[in-house]
Design a protein around this ligand. Structure first.
Ligand SMILES: [Zn+2]
Length: 433
């Protein structure tokens, strides 16, 4: 190899990955999968491409275990979201290195982890790493749109390729300084995305004579206000309890959690708030197509996120109570994804704790639930995999990273990508040996 260090190796690989435009849609992830396959095969790692359509390949690579030990999958996705070059200070697919940071779409979400995972497995292979259980690497397509070309499809059509006992994916790794303590978040669960549509009916009429019609848009406004005013009863999930126990030293009563978290730091409250209950956010509305026609129908789409373990049928009475009985509407659930969790007392959790303690003396790992969702739920559902989201960012502040993901001028410090390689090598050695 021409490169002299893992740092240089991962930095170079990440820049090259960013230069492959995998904006989803359309994705075109095959180009990224082939780049990774060439890199991994040069390093002696066996690879296989799996593609539902030729241009959207998933790559799975593997160091075979000698038998008997648990398997670990280093999971990541190669697709990225749209980047509008006019908003960026550098071309978004340049992969430019500037002041110790690598710039470009996907630098954080999540080609940094793709590159770090690839370098972790490649470097272990070069060293002759001989695990007891399989060490796998999967760089999948179509996470951002989730239209059936990526991990969901792999779990259904090629389960033997991705079956694993443990997995490390995206989802957390943020470093928080709270009341003098340092914490690295590791996600072990995610909420369920369960959007629904409301249809409010009225009677159309000429807009110059509103009195003779029944305006569905005006009626819908009442429902929107009620959704916005919803203040749920807080409930404590195991991950939030674990977070509070780590940060506060105790678990306060559900009703006082936000206040106690706010006393520690506003960020602690921001992290916890969406995890205490179902959330309801109306995001799309449509009514009349004509300015002078009063709409007989108004449709509202509500982004609804449920706690792990909650299901649409069970929360529907709560939603209907929020909406009230005086406006007639139809409610239709559109889909339900995610909402899974992995236990916290596992060898992978201990590997995270060990790594955090070694990385920054005094720092501790704290569990969290992801308010959005990741591909981890496909593995948990298909194989009962213990899947965590953990890619530590020690150098880039968590609030800066949060603002850059899916946004302009996305970038990642080389220091953090290098740290990621160390973490994933540690995880592999700890779990598969
Ligand atoms: Zn992502």
């Amino acid at each position: 190899m021409a490169v002299t260090s893992l740092r240089g190796e991962v930095s170079d690989l990440l820049s090259r990955l960013i230069r492959v435009d995998t904006t989803n849609p359309p994705g075109n992830e095959t180009a990224a999968a082939e780049l990774l396959r060439d890199y991994l095969e040069e390093n002696g790692v066996e690879c296989e491409l799996y593609a539902r359509v030729p241009e959207r390949a998933n790559l799975v690579a593997r160091i075979r275990g000698s038998g008997g030990g648990p398997s670990l999958l280093l999971l990541s996705h190669t697709d990225v979201v749209l980047a509008d070059p006019s908003e960026w200070s550098v071309p978004p697919f340049s992969g430019e290195v500037r002041d110790g940071e690598i710039w470009g779409r996907g630098a954080l979400d999540m080609k940094s982890q793709v590159a770090a995972s690839a370098v972790a497995i490649a470097s272990l292979a070069r060293e002759g790493f001989s695990p007891a259980g399989d060490l796998l690497f999967a760089a999948t397509a179509d996470e951002e749109s989730g239209t059936g070309f990526g991990l969901e499809w792999l779990c259904e059509e090629h389960p033997d390729a991705v079956r694993c006992d443990y997995a490390v994916n995206e989802g957390a790794g943020d470093r928080l300084e709270l009341a003098g303590g340092v914490y690295y978040l590791c996600s072990a669960a995610e909420k369920m995305s369960a959007p629904f549509r409301l249809r409010v009916h009225g009677r159309s009429g000429h807009a110059s004579m509103p009195g003779i019609a029944d305006n569905a848009l005006v009626k819908a406004a009442r429902l929107i206000e009620r959704l916005a005013a919803y203040r749920p009863e807080p409930q404590l999930q195991p991950e939030v309890e674990g977070f509070l126990r780590t940060v506060l030293g105790e678990v306060p009563s559900p009703g006082s959690v936000l206040e106690r978290a706010r006393d520690v730091h506003p960020t602690a409250a921001e992290v916890v708030e969406p995890l205490l209950a179902m959330t309801l956010a109306p995001t799309i509305i449509s009514a009349s197509q004509k300015r002078n026609v009063i709409p007989a129908l108004c449709e509202i789409v509500v982004d609804c996120r449920l706690l792990p373990g909650q299901h649409p049928a069970a929360v529907e009475p709560v939603v209907r109570a929020v909406l009230g009985g005086d406006v007639e509407y139809d409610l239709e659930w559109l889909e339900a994804h995610g909402g899974t969790r992995s236990p916290l007392d596992t060898p992978l959790w201990h590997a995270v704790e060990e790594f955090v303690a070694a990385t920054e003396p005094g720092a501790r790992a704290a569990p969290i639930c992801v308010a959005g969702f990741t591909d981890s739920h496909w593995l948990r559902e298909a194989f009962g995999t213990v899947a965590y989201g953990f890619f530590p960012l020690r150098t880039m502040p968590a609030d800066v990273a949060a603002q850059l993901i899916h946004s302009a001028d996305e970038r990642v410090p080389v220091d953090d990508v290098e740290l990621g390689v160390e973490w994933l090598r540690h995880a592999a050695r700890t779990i598969c040996s």
